[in-house]
Design a protein around this ligand. Structure first.
Ligand SMILES: Cc1cc2nc3c(=O)[nH]c(=O)nc-3n(C[C@H](O)[C@H](O)[C@H](O)COP(=O)(O)OP(=O)(O)OC[C@H]3O[C@@H](n4cnc5c(N)ncnc54)[C@H](O)[C@@H]3O)c2cc1C
Length: 498
């Protein structure tokens, strides 16, 4: 089959999720003849099965938590006052709200809007047939060939579910939003950010949640104290947690409940005892797989189980093809896909001699947030990275209760900020555990991106009373230590004399 003349594009974007949509819109604004291929719904994981439904559900579940907390201290108690409250009905309303939010956002991602921007949107599954040609198979099974000068792959990722779950019906982030009713009980497999967000939401709605985590801690990529903090927080919500486990089999019992049987291990990996959990529903969040079934061999694009291989500038082994977002396996976040969409446009336009102007696949400072209650936000290095690389650092931890707004808003529980400071007051890494931590981390990201020292945060005026005062508060101990410097000593001496 020959490629029709009208099917030749300057740029073809494969995948219409967060990364693909931003790339296509940006390219069209630059006047580049652009085509976008999407096999499902424009908007991708973030809109349909990721960030948007999860954050909406968490918000609705937070209202239930607030309601319960409102009754604490009353003579009747929360249980008595809420006994007539139909949590199932409320859960249905929450799911409806999820759909409403998705529909509202979907307008921005619609094919009509993209066609208006000048992007030709094609529905179908795309796969490479050569280094410059993509075949698209539409819903009707008809195939069409398209030729590109440059191509950006943004096909994302999907849940990785181990074989052991194959014999039962399980939920993942792709299915949970259509669940028929609020389950009485749920087992969440995996204690990373997706598992913890789902456990938080369902526990707040009133489901009896059990979490089974393979690693020794929850959120094992974060600082150890974050995992311990999160464990304590979830346990306060009534979540039963098992860590350091090895799942042995997953079946149904006679009452059609899912039975998960696992070994509990000690620190050395020896079996301590066998445990079993029964529940109505099982939610599997054990990692991600990359959408690389795209005929990449024909395009001479290298990939592995860790995603499509890219260099620092998002280029694949085929110099006309780039890979952005989840599919390159670097950072699985919507804002990573968005950043890389901007970067790929800049890099694509730069001839090789301007390599120094090209943007890296990730910025100097890259933040992320887990939307539990309280939120966990992080940017920069962890203590383990610095120790491994033998980089000098000092660690400062300041409790959230030192901020008045945390008290006025009754959010002072146990949150904190941890700051890692290097030589010359360089900000190396920050972790915040607090309500709105995701908003608070941006100030640190800005400072780190622009090479500003700790003093920049200390000297910035923060309105009183705001939670953002936690940021300068977190610098106090470091600044106090600077008061012991020889320069300050001389100033104090001169003050006494004159
Ligand atoms: C439960 C959950 C919650 C999350 N919450 C957050 C959050 O709060 N904040 C955050 O930053 N990130 C969050 N994420 C991660 C975020 O959703 C992803 O990082 C983001 O969607 C990646 O965007 P992308 O463009 O790379 O891929 P996607 O959004 O997955 O888009 C890829 C698109 O490519 C299409 N596609 C795939 N193969 C083909 C093909 N052969 N032909 C045509 N089209 C194809 C797919 O249909 C899809 O629409 C969350 C993820 C999950 C699972």
């Amino acid at each position: 089959m020959k490629v029709k003349k009208e099917n030749c594009y300057d740029l073809i974007v494969l995948g219409g999720g967060a990364g693909g949509l931003s790339t296509a819109a940006g390219a069209a604004r630059l006047g580049i003849r652009t085509m976008l291929i999407e096999r499902g719904r424009l908007g991708g994981d973030c809109l349909w099965v990721g960030c948007v439904p999860s954050k909406t559900l968490l918000h609705e579940a937070d209202k239930m938590r607030d309601m319960r907390e409102m009754f604490i201290g009353s003579s009747k108690g929360a249980g008595e006052l809420m006994k007539d409250f139909d949590k199932n009905e409320y859960f249905k309303i929450a799911l409806k709200r999820v759909k409403a939010v998705q529909s509202a956002i979907a307008v921005h991602d619609s094919s009509e809007r993209f066609e208006q921007l000048g992007v030709h949107v094609v529905a179908g599954k795309g796969e490479f047939t050569s280094k410059k040609i993509i075949k698209v198979i539409g819903a009707d099974g008809v195939a069409e060939l398209y030729k590109f000068k440059k191509c950006v792959i943004a096909t994302g990722s999907r849940p990785f579910v181990p074989e052991i779950f194959a014999s039962v019906k399980y939920e993942t982030n792709e299915t949970i939003w259509d669940i028929a009713k609020l389950p009485e009980s749920m087992t969440v497999i995996g204690g990373g950010s997706v598992g913890i967000e789902i456990a938080t939401a369902f526990a707040n709605f009133g489901t009896k949640v059990t979490m089974v985590q393979r690693e020794k801690r929850l959120m094992s990529k974060e600082e150890p104290q974050v995992g311990d903090f999160m464990r304590a927080t979830l346990e306060t919500m009534g979540v039963k947690i098992y860590t350091n486990t090895n799942i042995k089999n997953v079946t149904y019992n006679e009452e059609s409940q899912v039975k998960v049987v696992f070994d509990l291990l000690d620190d050395k990996g020896n079996v301590m005892r066998e445990e079993r959990v029964l529940s109505e529903v099982i939610f599997v969040s054990t990692g991600r797989k990359y959408n690389t079934a795209l005929g990449l061999e024909a395009a001479k694009v290298s990939y592995s189980g860790k995603g499509i291989e890219i260099n620092d500038y998002l280029e694949t082994s085929n110099k006309k093809v780039y890979a952005i977002g989840d599919v390159n396996g670097k950072m699985l976040f919507t804002h990573a896909a968005g950043y890389q969409a901007k970067a790929v446009l800049q890099n694509m336009l730069m001839p090789k001699i301007f390599n120094f102007l090209k943007k890296k696949s990730l910025p100097e400072a890259f933040p992320w947030v887990t939307y539990t209650y309280p939120e966990v936000a992080h940017v920069g290095a962890y203590t383990r990275d610095l120790e491994l690389k033998k980089i000098y650092y000092k660690q400062y931890i300041t409790k959230l209760e030192s901020v008045d707004r945390a008290r006025t808003s009754e959010t002072h529980e146990d949150g904190y900020i941890q700051i890692l400071v290097g030589k010359k007051s360089k900000i190396l890494g920050v972790t915040i555990v607090s309500p709105m931590a995701g908003e608070l981390i941006t100030e640190w990201t800005l400072a780190m991106q622009h090479g500003l020292p700790v003093e920049a945060i200390y000297n910035t005026v923060h309105a009183y009373p705001t939670l953002s005062e936690l940021n300068p508060r977190g610098t106090f101990e470091h600044m106090q230590q600077k008061l012991n410097s020889p320069f300050i000593f001389i100033l104090k001496y001169l003050f006494k004399i004159f």
